[in-house]
Design a protein around this ligand. Structure first.
Ligand code: 5RP
Length: 230
């Protein structure tokens, strides 16, 4: 199965869980885009649902797909969040934020009664860290946070946009991709990062994900957190 087919298959399997009257958290990225398109088709076929978006790009895609949106400011809980990941390990610990939406993605995931992560098989890893860990940083604190990341053993790389300017999150903040290499203790790293003033959010999702749908060469594999062994 080609990578895009695997992403689409994982997304289609996840959206099959969406039922009438559910409020769905829509993730960001190319895998989540398949979920958005699929939900749009289901709405055209009669499904009644509404959604919140984790990014401005997702908001635009959801509107184009005909998905009714609520402002997340008015929402404290969603029924299901469906989102991709850059890496995920056997204990459902993930690195997210390749698309720069990690802060909103984590808030929506934390608000979800059930969070389904959808990936192609290339995203599953034994140990996190081959993918740089994105963090969102207050521009005022760029140098301070970068030095603190170095102190934790990471190499901070300011993310740049297509024109070479610093990339900005939807909130107008900076994104720094931190190269740590293999992360031996994701919980300790998450705690240390969270202690840095000006570090507004990191891409380690350690507790949010309840279910994983993997699209691979042999079709779909579904895993539930309760059945995984740490
Ligand atoms: C966006 C994300 C994405 O879920 C992650 O980057 C995976 O993207 P894709 O589905 O395009 O491979 O965290 O911030």
């Amino acid at each position: 199965m080609a990578e895009n087919d695997a992403k689409r298959a994982a997304a289609e399997a996840a959206i099959a869980e969406v039922r009438d009257d559910m409020l769905v958290g829509l993730g960001t990225g190319s895998t989540a885009a398949y979920a958005i398109a699929g939900l749009g088709r289901r709405i055209a076929g009669g499904l009644r649902m509404s959604a919140v978006a984790t990014s401005l790009a997702t908001e635009t895609a959801a509107r184009a797909a005909g998905i009714p949106l609520l402002p997340f400011e008015d929402v404290s809980q969603v029924d299901i969040a469906i989102d991709g990941a850059d890496e995920i390990d056997p204990a459902f610990r993930a690195i997210k934020g390749g698309g720069g939406a990690l802060l909103r993605e984590k808030i929506v995931a934390a608000s979800a009664r059930r969070m389904i992560c959808i990936v192609d098989a290339s995203k599953t890893v034994r140990q996190l860290g081959a993918h740089p860990l994105p963090i969102e940083v207050l521009p005022f604190a760029r140098s301070f946070v970068s030095e603190a990341v170095r102190g934790l053993g990471g190499e901070p790389r300011l993310r740049l946009g297509p024109t070479g300017e610093p990339a900005r999150s939807d909130q107008g903040n900076l994104l720094i991709d931190c190269v740590f290499g293999p992360i031996a203790d994701p919980e300790a790293l998450a705690a240390a990062l969270s202690d840095i003033p000006g570090m507004l959010g990191h891409g380690l999702f350690l507790r949010e994900i309840d279910a994983l749908v993997i699209g691979g060469p042999n079709g779909i594999e579904r895993r539930e957190r309760s059945t995984t062994v740490r």
